[in-house]
Design a binder for this molecule. Structure first.
Ligand SMILES: Cc1cc2nc3c(=O)[nH]c(=O)nc-3n(C[C@H](O)[C@H](O)[C@H](O)COP(=O)(O)O)c2cc1C
Length: 487
């Protein structure tokens, strides 16, 4: 029989005749844990609240089940207060089997809807957006479309998940359940529907709850990343369990690479170019066709100076235990972290020999890491091939793609963002936003310098790893940009 109990982080206190339920949830707008107040509480509700804090209550222990309803699922009978607790993500919902707890719904944040067993015959199927994560107790199954985790604790239920890859009738599910759970197969189906992990099939053979996201073209990975990084609620309880940032110092802003030699870049200048800011914005465009005259070290130096040169090293969050080294550059960066560095694959540049370089944003030099070796050539070839995917294709057809003089690769030291964002989960999302800020800066500065700029969508972390000799786990490429002289 389904049972309900409070999840961790729910605290109950009395305030006169009222009962106050403090939830584990807060928001970025208001970091205090949210509360619910039950006014003029009767003894019966007090008793229920107490039991929910302890062993939990079975669904029909307190609630009359309408006779017409065959299922013991409590959806129609739950008292409004219990419904409110459920909806607010405060109740764990579980079903026992002969080995103890068979399955649990563990709320992640408020907004959980309890689904009834459907009154007409339906087919059921897994959502296409689910992810499965093993844990000590069993398998945790989640979907970004539902604020709960379905935990299968009885391993005899695992094959059911595989079975539900294809549409299943009630009878299919019933016969697939361990024997002692068959009698409550309607409760189990209502439970699975409430989890959002399983849904009712529609005429397009999709799960109803997935349909809107499928129509909008969401992939499982993107929807999961999006939901994970744009959430409204914070689970204070979960946060407390995470390792404290104090234990994990943010890696320093400066990081030495192994270089073969150093090239000093000329001091910057934007003379004789369009220098009115608004004109530059108006003039900015992608240019994919290059003149035979290579760019100069002077132009490259100016591009790098006005895009990425480190103006100042600062201490962020001074005085706090989590204080860390930040940087100020022409581009903005979330938290001043500036975890993105520029690497340059130079095919030709007047004043600088071809090769693969790291831009030292502190002393405005290029550190040579290798000659223009095979992986560098592959990077340049990849850039040409992806240039041809320009939406306004008329400008460059596949056979006309030209290698740029310089391919700029943006690479991030993930650990810098990770240490600061272990709680928010925003590390990678913010890196990509920083990359966007750099793309625009490179575009505008290149326009001001009269260069031909082109951002790229495709890049290979593998090639970057090969050419830089740096492990992709400590530094990985996240963006590419081509530069040459315009035709
Ligand atoms: C992040 C990003 C990725 C891009 N990827 C490519 C690409 O792979 N190939 C390409 O030819 N252009 C690429 N571009 C350039 C866009 O196609 C270009 O900005 C768009 O067509 C609008 O043209 P405009 O820049 O001249 O205004 C990219 C631009 C950005 C900002």
């Amino acid at each position: 029989m389904p049972r309900y109990l409070f999840r961790e982080g729910v605290d109950i206190s009395a305030d006169g005749n009222d009962m106050v339920v403090t939830t584990p949830y807060a928001t970025r707008a208001n970091p205090n844990r949210q509360t619910l107040r039950f006014k003029g509480v009767k003894e019966s509700l007090k008793k229920i609240l107490k039991e929910l804090s302890q062993a939990g209550i079975e669904s029909n222990q307190y609630l009359a089940i309408p006779e017409k309803i065959e299922s013991t699922a409590p959806h129609l009978a739950l008292e409004p207060q219990l419904k409110m607790l459920y909806k607010n993500g405060l109740l764990i919902h579980e079903i026992d089997g002969c080995n103890g707890i068979a399955m649990r719904l563990l709320p992640i944040h408020p907004g959980l809807d309890q689904h009834p067993y459907p009154e007409t015959e339906k087919e059921f199927k897994l959502s296409k957006f689910i992810s499965i994560q093993p844990c000590i107790e069993g398998l945790d199954i989640t979907t970004p479309l539902s604020p709960t985790t379905l935990r299968l604790q009885d391993h005899r239920l695992y094959p059911l998940i595989q079975k539900l890859v294809s549409p299943c009738t009630t009878e299919d599910i019933r016969t697939f359940l361990p024997e002692e759970l068959r009698i409550q197969h309607r409760d189990v189906i209502a439970f699975l529907l409430s989890s959002g992990v399983v849904g009712i099939c529609n005429t397009s053979n999709n799960v109803e709850i997935d349909q809107e996201a499928i129509t909008a073209g969401w992939s499982r990975q993107d929807l999961s990343f999006h939901t994970h990084t744009r959430g409204h609620f914070i689970d204070r309880c979960k946060e407390e369990l995470l390792p404290k940032t104090i234990d994990k110092k943010t890696p320093p802003a400066k990081h030495q690479r192994i270089i073969l030699s150093k090239v000093s870049l000329p001091k910057p200048s934007i003379n004789n170019q369009i220098s009115n800011f608004y004109q530059i914005i108006q003039a900015r465009q992608t240019i994919r066709a290059y003149s035979s005259m290579p760019i100069t070290a002077k132009a490259l130096g100016s591009l790098l100076w006005y895009s990425m040169h480190t103006r100042e090293e600062i201490t962020c969050d001074p005085g706090l235990p989590r204080s860390y080294e930040g940087l100020l550059r022409p581009t903005a960066s979330a938290g001043g972290l500036h975890s993105i560095e520029l690497y340059l694959c130079i095919k030709q540049c007047i004043g600088i020999s071809p090769g693969f370089y790291h831009y030292d944003s502190f002393d405005h030099t290029l550190g040579k890491m290798s000659d223009l070796n095979k992986p560098c050539q592959s990077m340049l070839e990849m850039a040409v091939n992806t240039t041809c995917r320009a939406p306004q294709a008329a400008s460059v057809s596949p056979s006309q793609g030209q290698q740029p003089d310089v391919l700029i690769v943006m690479a991030t030291r993930y650990a810098r963002n990770a240490s600061l964002h272990s709680e928010t989960g925003l590390a990678y999302a913010l890196i990509l936003k920083d990359a966007g800020s750099i793309y625009q800066q490179l575009y505008l500065v290149a326009t001001a310098l009269g260069l031909a700029p082109c951002g790229l969508s495709f890049g290979s972390s593998e090639l970057f790893e090969q050419v830089s000799g740096i492990s992709g786990k400590s530094e990985c490429s996240v963006g590419e940009f081509m530069i040459g002289n315009p035709k």
